[in-house]
Write a new protein. Structure first.
Length: 216
């Protein structure tokens, strides 16, 4: 995957989102493509272009019909290709044809959500056809393997211990079976705050726990 691929996929993504009619048969003028839909300032980071010159060279290739991504006036596309083939490539020749129309080649438009729409650092060097297929096959194989394996039995809950006497108690017990101390928080009779089992006084209002020395 190179700059041309990434620029084309970015164009398709933007059109899919903002002008879906252009994905079918609506033509676009070269000036629309250059100045409104995929101007350099908008796509340079997404496509990963290093400079404005890289952008113009890549856009020229796209408008010239390279890889049949865009269809248009054959004479104009031939003229753009000739400019790119010069010893000093004319990467701005497309500016001479602002009103010439181009359209997407429907056979080349990828489906939505394709790997080609990922950020440039993830798309760099990706052979999207083979890797996308392999990735889906691996996912299906992994899912199948997981579904064939018996479900693991849940681990038994760790025993609960009374914070007062240290005796072992069932996890759901509200009171210790050894010393009778409450194991779950109870409400303070004065302010309603939680009184934890090891507390003798309320942490919010200072009221003694019922049944302890100092309580009414």
């Amino acid at each position: 995957m190179d700059d041309l691929d990434r620029l084309y996929y970015e164009l398709v993504e933007i059109l899919r989102r903002e002008r879906p009619s252009a994905l079918k048969d609506e033509a676009l003028t070269i000036v629309e493509v250059h100045e409104q839909i995929i101007p350099y300032r908008r796509i340079r980071n997404r496509v990963g272009l290093g400079s404005h010159g890289d952008y113009e060279a890549t856009l020229s290739r796209l408008l010239a019909g390279e890889r049949d991504y865009l269809l248009g006036d054959r004479d104009v596309q031939e003229e753009l290709r000739a400019g790119l083939a010069e010893s000093l490539p004319d990467i701005r020749r497309f500016l001479a044809f602002p009103d010439v129309r181009v359209r997407l080649n429907a056979e080349k438009v990828p489906p939505p959500g394709d790997i080609r729409y990922a950020p440039p650092e993830l798309r760099q060097g990706v052979d999207w056809v083979s890797e996308a297929i392999e990735s889906h096959e691996e996912e299906r194989a992994a899912e199948s393997q997981v579904s064939d394996e018996p479900a693991a039995e849940p681990e038994p809950a760790a025993p609960s211990y009374c914070p007062i006497c240290g005796g072992q108690a069932p996890e759901s017990a509200a009171f210790c079976p050894h010393c009778g101390r409450r194991l779950t928080p109870e409400a303070c009779p004065t302010c309603g705050a939680d009184l934890h089992p090891v507390w003798s006084f309320c942490s919010q209002c200072g009221t003694p726990r019922p049944g302890t020395e100092g309580s009414a």
